[in-house]
Design a protein around this ligand. Sequence first.
Ligand code: M6R
Length: 610
Amino acid sequence: MCGIVGYSGKRSAQEVLLNGLEKLEYRGYDSAGVALALEGGIYVVKSKGRLEVLRRKLEAENLPESFCGIGHTRWATHGEPSDVNSHPHSTPRVSIVHNGIIENYGPLKADLLAKGVTFESETDTEVLVKLIDYFCCAQPKQSPLAALREALAMVRGSYALGVLFRDEPDTIYAVKKESPLIVGWGEGENFVASDIPALLKYTRRYSVLEEGDMAVVKADGIRFYDAFGKPVEREVLTADWDEEAAEKGGYPHFMLKEIHEQPAAITATVSPRVEDGMPDLRIPELSDEKLRSIRNIHLVACGTAMHAGMVGKTAIERLARVPAEVDIASEFRYRDPILDPDDLVIIISQSGETSDTLAALRLAKSRGVPVLAVVNVVGSSIARAADYVLYTYAGPEIAVASTKAYMVQLCTLYLFAFRLAYARGRLSEAETRRLTAELLRAGEVIQPRLADCEQIKYLASRFVNTQSCFFIGRGFDYALSLEGSLKLKEISYVHSDAYAAGELKHGTISLITDGVPVIALATQKQVYEKTISNAKETKSRGARVILFTTKNVVVPEGVADYVVRLDDYDELLMPLQLIVPLQLFAYYMAVLRGCDVDKPRNLAKSVTVE
Ligand code: M6R
């Protein structure tokens, strides 16, 4: 959700903070702000809108150099996006930036109001800073650290915090509870950030704060304390992403760059898990014997990751004949799911920080069910909390719309399904090898789809003024309809719905009138004729149909206005090829409609609140 940064060192803090915030803007972009330690005290500059607005405001202020400060980019939860609701929230003595939610801010605020404290914003964060300030002034006088600890002891909720005290102008206090936070190690300078890209210009060495940790960050060192205030050490990790991986690299948008990075991401994810032509999960605890003992599989995730789970479910059931269910994490966590210790929960997440997904993971663990996480971010909360991890190697995904992360989630779930089916004797060794080889060449298979972008751009230009559209498909194609539809509405703001093609005539077909676009996906032999008939039914009612199908399918006259052909490829793996034109269609629709492709309105990349 929000992004926070902190710096103490020898460079211009303003510059370091702005650079870091630019890299974290994907986490929220309703407003931005910084607090800088200056001679006369803490100086705060903040404003509603994108980082650019803050940058201009700071230029106009022409402040003296500061070497320590905190910064924030906001995704609004409490209170509308406005200057006053922007972070940092401050008193003359203390300034804080916050990612998370203070759940009991109401009663805390009432208490402080009764004590004469006044408020100007609607935010939960202002309550926290006023509480810290209150303890700073308490008698006998408290140290900043003691005041911070006392305030946090009263708070319920989630937070990653950066705190700057007027009386310690060279120190950032960083605290973590249920929201991600890391510190970066430099030479004579140190950093605080919500995520790795904010550090990469300066350092690749970082440590992840654990639950309840506090880090005291100064230019010459970082000290850690655990949830009980005991001094602890935290491992120093090295990021394997470089700064360039988090830049646009000549593409107009991160989304387009990330779509084109998919072949490389596939190779990086699949190759290390293939040994002598056979899929190898490289998790000793998930031996073939263990895989044979699994009774049910629950795939749990949100948004695009959940759509990847739908493809995973179909592959697992089809190949291994193990019952598999897909759950939306925010539903799973509250619906008292039926779980058995012989089940396996597969948690899927790009960021590894999605709050509902993390809660679903914890629920499964509390019921004694083993959890396998498919995660892109190394050391993320989900990766750390799971029993086993299959990392996807997409590299940093910056665009809010997930593309390459989805692609490698699919690849990882396919690999898992192959090994599971082989271990259970449902797939022969020869067939397992053949499918694994097909998966290994997926990057090559999607290359022509990336090259076909002119055709997709043309289609987008034909549909650019549409108000609403429908995606239909069956089986894998239905799962892809959901993802294609989500991509389109998320970034182009065109209303769109996805239906199992056979379900259309049970109500939705009444919405098909002259000119309504229907995007029909028909790549699966067993059902493509059925889907084509459903497309024809919409065409007869005036729909404008785009049909995505494979090379040799004969499309009868009068079914589609446009046909997009995919190359022959194993049907089971066809989603890997089909998703590319759907991503490109959403992308070009958004570009042609003048939308902010990488930062769609109201959204944030990492959803760390419920
Ligand atoms: O980081 P996660 O994979 O856990 O995120 C889950 C969803 O929030 C995410 O996939 C979201 O739906 C994307 N914006 C879709 O493009």
